[in-house]
Design a protein around this ligand. Sequence first.
Ligand SMILES: Nc1ncnc2c1ncn2[C@@H]1O[C@H](COP(=O)(O)OP(=O)(O)OP(=O)(O)O)[C@@H](O)[C@H]1O
Length: 336
Amino acid sequence: MSAVLEIEGLRKTYKSRRRGTRNALDGFDMRVEAGQVHGFLGPNGSGKTTTLRTLLGLIRADGGRMAVLGHEVPAALPTVAGQIGAIVESPQFFPHFSARDTLSLLAGAGEVPATRVDEVLELVGLRDRAGERVKTYSLGMKQRLAVASALLKNPKLLILDEPANGLDPGGIREMRTLMRDLAASGMTVLLSSHILGEIQLICDSVTIISLGRRVAFGPVDQVLAAHSHGAVRVRLDAAEDLAAAAAVLDRAGVPVTRHPDHLMLSGVDKPASVSRLLAEHHLYVSELASVAVDLESVFLELTNTAPVPGQHRQVDESAKVGGTGQPGVAGGGWGA
Ligand SMILES: Nc1ncnc2c1ncn2[C@@H]1O[C@H](COP(=O)(O)OP(=O)(O)OP(=O)(O)O)[C@@H](O)[C@H]1O
């Protein structure tokens, strides 16, 4: 498979006299293969928008390299920009223009045939409302218009930041079908979203970022498989003992994620040893179950963002990452 997008060792530091320096990207890597729907996931403030803005030449990186469709960017952006469709942050439209006027204007400016306007209106489900002013649109309708505008050029790489934002359940499902159809037609779709159930359904592969570094990547099923090994859910007789149990397991080197009424452990070969260890500390298990993990559990574990009862997690209090940034996916990566 060939890479449509390659990012290696990307670094970006924001400097401000008042707030000092902040490493938004700290040697971030990413690879997206052709024809895939690729999910780009990370907690608030982990560096997703910074990555996308850097890729599109909106801000300058401090180090690393990026290539789109085999061309180094930002140097080659004039060559490849016509093949990238992107919505990063909410685009603004003229409120008094209709969707059709808006798209016709963009098509004219981008030398896109006028017939494409009706094609994209149909694709995003706005055909019957295309003549109405944008200011009368709902949030979801504006979001559909944004996706239509990114599709106008029939790009090879489509980058969408939270495309399901504001969509009703039917709209989310339609967007899911649209993404899959676009990928089937050969388009590569990079999707940033916090709706992990959706990502698991739509995406072929994912990259998870935390504190500006990649903490997992690969085909969704491989990322899940890598973290399903020895995944065990633990409940205790007394739920108030969960914190003490988490501390005991942590000291024993067992990866543990706290949830409001249970703990999730990974890499447990002998579940019985967990109940024995906890009993030695007078902590008694009421349930010990092997489970198949979902993307949300993997995300919460890797980014250390699972909610903890009685605590208000602050932005940036996610995982201190280290090591290779690889999830243990066989072969050290995919498409290699
Ligand atoms: N212009 C800026 N000046 C200073 N710091 C910034 C600036 N833009 C982003 N940052 C900081 O860089 C870090 C990464 O921000 P970024 O917007 O890339 O996160 P994100 O992953 O897109 O988050 P979200 O999921 O909330 O959209 C954050 O700590 C943020 O505060």
